[in-house]
Write a new protein. Structure first.
Length: 286
């Protein structure tokens, strides 16, 4: 009977775990919907800013505005890594950390001096454990990032790039394609590279001039690029967590079925043994 009791305790434990993972799956599903809405809302504005900057870019403006400066040689680079503050999201954080490690190794292998900026507890914990010095370690940006969060994160880095302390700035984050597909990616944030010119051949008269428009647009472009990465990362995190919790819930269900069968067999064997002992005792009395 001790074996049956132990199996029953395991059944209760697994059932409690399944209830927790199921609840976490539902919470992640709810958060994923809101996070996905933020991604789709942010993309049109990002595309519009990209179009403006690409259309107005020229070598003359590149001399005027530091964020457009194209360094002749990359000597110092900054890597901004975006991870989550929480785990239980499958390989989400591990994939981002691996992408950042590969980028750092590649840059250092080419003799580039690097510095690391991280938002997210998981990334910070990993690199601190490895003894990696961190220029930025942010734990206050959650799964509902704001534009002000993006500015506070990238503002100091942008200022150092404009001052010439950095030659290139990379962002490592997730590219949100769908709830089931959000691979890690490396994006060059600074310098802003010249994009494809506008396809239209129409003559456009700008008022105010292109220089003033760029002066006001470039900081918005950099800030919005980081904000877009933050919201995509948040959506990818919730998608990964939902998938991980659904898998855990399904596995717990399968384990419960196995344990229930094991418990029923143990109970049946116990009952059979008790009946046999009663019959044997009755026969002995005769």
């Amino acid at each position: 009977m001790a074996g049956a009791r132990e199996v029953k305790r395991r059944i209760k434990s697994v059932d409690n775990t399944r209830q927790i993972t199921r609840t976490m799956e539902l919470v992640a599903t709810s958060k994923l919907k809101r996070a996905t809405d933020r991604v789709y809302a942010a993309r049109p504005y990002a595309e519009a800013l990209t179009g403006v900057v690409s259309s107005l870019y020229s070598p003359e403006f590149a001399e005027m505005y530091p964020v457009l400066r194209q360094p002749a040689e990359v000597k110092r680079a900054a890597v901004l890594l975006l991870t989550a503050n929480r785990g239980l999201a499958g390989a989400f954080n591990a994939n981002l950390i691996r992408e950042a490690r590969n980028l750092l190794e590649d840059l250092r292998g080419r003799g580039v001096e690097t510095e690391l900026h991280i938002s997210g507890k998981k990334g910070i914990a990993f690199f601190r454990f490895r003894g990696e010095p961190l220029e930025t370690a942010r734990l206050d940006i959650g799964d509902d990032p704001s534009v002000s969060d993006a500015e506070s994160l990238v503002g100091p880095i942008r200022e150092r790039f404009e001052a010439g302390d950095l030659d290139v700035v990379y962002v490592v984050s997730s590219e949100f394609k769908s709830a089931m597909s959000a691979p890690p990616r490396v994006r060059e944030l600074l310098p802003i590279r010249p994009g494809a010119a506008a396809a239209s051949a129409d003559v456009v008269i700008l008022s105010p001039g292109g220089g003033l428009i760029l002066e006001r647009t470039l900081p918005l472009y950099v800030r919005n690029a980081v904000y877009t990465n933050l919201v995509e990362n948040a959506a990818a995190e919730q998608g990964a967590r939902r998938s991980a919790m659904k898998s855990a819930t399904d596995n717990a269900g399968e384990m419960l079925e196995y344990l229930t069968r094991t418990y029923n067999r143990a109970r049946q064997a116990q009952i059979t043994q008790e009946i046999a002992e009663i019959v044997g005792g009755a026969a002995g009395l005769e």
